[in-house]
Design a protein around this ligand. Sequence first.
Ligand code: GAL
Length: 845
Amino acid sequence: MRNMFIILLSAILLFEGSFWNTAVSTTVTYDSKALVIDGKRRILQSGSVHYPRTTPEVWPEIIRKAKEGGLDVIETYVFWNYHEPVRGEYYFGGRFDLVRFVKEVHEAGLFVHLRIGPYACAEWNYGGFPVWLHFIPGIQFRTTNSLFKKEMERFLAKIVNLMKDENLFASQGGPIILAQVENEYGNVEWAYGVAGELYVKWAAATAVGLNTTVPWVMCAQEDAPDPIINTCNGFYCDRFSPNSPFKPKMWTENYVGWFLAFGYAVPFRPVEDLAFAVARFFETGGTFQNYYMYFGGTNFGRTAGGPLVATSYDYDAPINEYGFINQPKWGHLRDLHISIEQCEEHLINANATQISLGKNLEAHVYYRSHNDCAAFLANYGSSTDATVNFRGNSYFLPAWSVSILPDCVNVIFNTAKVLSQRTLDDDVFTWNITMHDSSLPSSSWSWYKEQVGVWGNNSFEASGLLEQINTTKDTSDFLWYSTSINMTAKTEQNQTKEVGLLIWSLGHAALLFVNKRLVGFGYGNHDDASFIMSAKVKLHSGSNTVDVLSMMIGLQNYGPWFDVQGAGLYSVVLTDLTDSEEDLSSMQWTYQVGLEGEFLGLQNVSLANSSIWTKGRAIPVNQSLIWYKTVFLPPEGKGPISLNLSGMGKGQAWVNGQSIGRYWSSYLSPSSGCSEDCDYRGTYDASKCLKKCGQPAQTLYHVPRSWLQPGENLLVIHEELGGDPSTISVVTQNGQLICNRVSEADLPPADTWEPGVGFASRTPLLRLSCETGWHIASVRFASFGTPGGNCGALSPGSCHADVSSIVHKDCVGKQACSILVSTDKLGDPCPSVLKSLAVEALCRG
Ligand code: GAL
């Protein structure tokens, strides 16, 4: 099969070669070990960067940092719903300029793995499918349905041809070395029966038929037909093996953390565990690994999937939401990549010999000859540190760690030993201490109060409760359900009667108004968006209005048949009547899609000076369904910018007409389940390490600098529940606290190791560095001895030499510096005690 694939590839190359620039053409094939690029097996480190989750101005910087972090490949999905918003009408501009993105990666000298799908998942609205697809009569998604297959094939071909036209496949001299069809279909295939199996075969054949000249993968797809490579997704993939001995062991989604949903605590993944997972994968024969995400970014506008996926897609990735390096994650992984690369020749040319070194202890040795080998020593026990004997030497192995020995003798890296600096990632601290905060004066605000219920002449009536997505077609998050209750027969004239209203909804949230007054708010969560809402209300004799505003927070993106998962109300019952309950569900309802303010386009710059806005001294606070508007000056400097919306409820915000996404500050996460000092040892899952319990998932909302202009900028907020806009501030980061601690006994940095030579110097180094263009402005703490405490709160120990002046001299004013951790350099405050150097410094932009 492998040979067939190569022959096929060569044939295609010969046939089409004349059209392409063959001079720079790269061949990509694979064998049982690895991807083979220009005839050479490669060990490849890859990272996900989704182009629309940041702005094109930032792409080069992110890609550069990925390259510096030791990546060879950038992976991205392709987002069909934004590329073809209307059937047959394509869009590839702005953040969706896929060609430009791929070219930027190429320019940086990295490869691309293009996951065309076209199903993406990715916490992206509707998993990346255009909503219009759902309205093709007779269509069924992701199964052997001819209507779906036709559309899927058309889009696959559209993207493949676009890439070919731009010479972006490796064989054309471009950076694309790999493509993906479908995504994790294996996880849901059972739900589609035999039709699912046929669909997999069809998808594979269709992809191969597009003659991309690069291998295709299907992730989490055990039955991926040849020549498609089935790859692993998960927190660990060392136990994975592909479905044929001719395919390499590849890992397409290695979760660096997890995504965030409104109402949930913030997940993070300790880098010691992540590095352990990666090292175990390469130790056990893996040759390609992709971080999901290497840079997560932001779900701007209504791009977030659902239900209730948050606007930040930071993911605890090595590059944070704002494009800043997240330390020690980025640095520790960089050291890991350098160390694995030192073993590349052994890894690609030999098979591992596995040696047991004791309980939960093992070595994998890659021999080129008896005296020429590279080894990985692992302690996969989660609690006991060990000292092992390997080839006559003894090695200390902390629990849940792997040591890398590129020459089978010297350890150049241990996954549990982090030598990289830390950045203090605590939002409150970072943004408060080092941010420039420009609060917006309350006098600057104008507002517009929405009408409750039907507001325009495009409303319509229907009997019974309609499903929301089928009704709005996702043109808006909002659908009004309005009706009236006649109490004449149930109440005496001029009397009121207290009744109950009980509402069942498929999700995701709803506001209930009776006689135009807000009487209830109900909502679900990411795992179950359905909810029941009840309210006690006083109805008067005669007619009473009932208006329910049902809201969606991102269309479902995952699961079997996710595309037909509904939303909106499905039952409304009047209770507490003396005689019986009254089911209002099948009554006549009036519907209105969207909000009045959306229809007017209140977020648009063109309406900024319109008289529709009310200006006055007393700004209304704690009001539902209200629009606010103000202007602000861009914060000084070049640092990232956020809107602090902690004083608001739920809604959406726009800057100069661009949506920065949905916010929901009033939805607090459960108060328990967090562990700020999460033990990295032992198997990780998405709920193991959480922070910000009992707090909003997110209070800071990223505003890309490139969306701002000098002078005044328009900020529009649509608040659904109630908040106080005078609490909103625009903040920027102009400082960053960095810390590092390195002991005399630590290893020198992995990048100072040279094969055949060894470490340039045996003395460990403490390194500090600031963001590009920033510099170390001051040294807040520097102790050589036995310092205690953590980053942000370091303290002198019983042995202490204040070495601030040495660090100051070597570091202040520089973007980066390194200091030898030795008594020669730092003096000796306590001979015969093992000492560490701990430094805390402030970077300024
Ligand atoms: C995977 C999926 C990704 C993403 C991830 C969670 O199942 O393939 O696209 O959704 O889960 O972030």
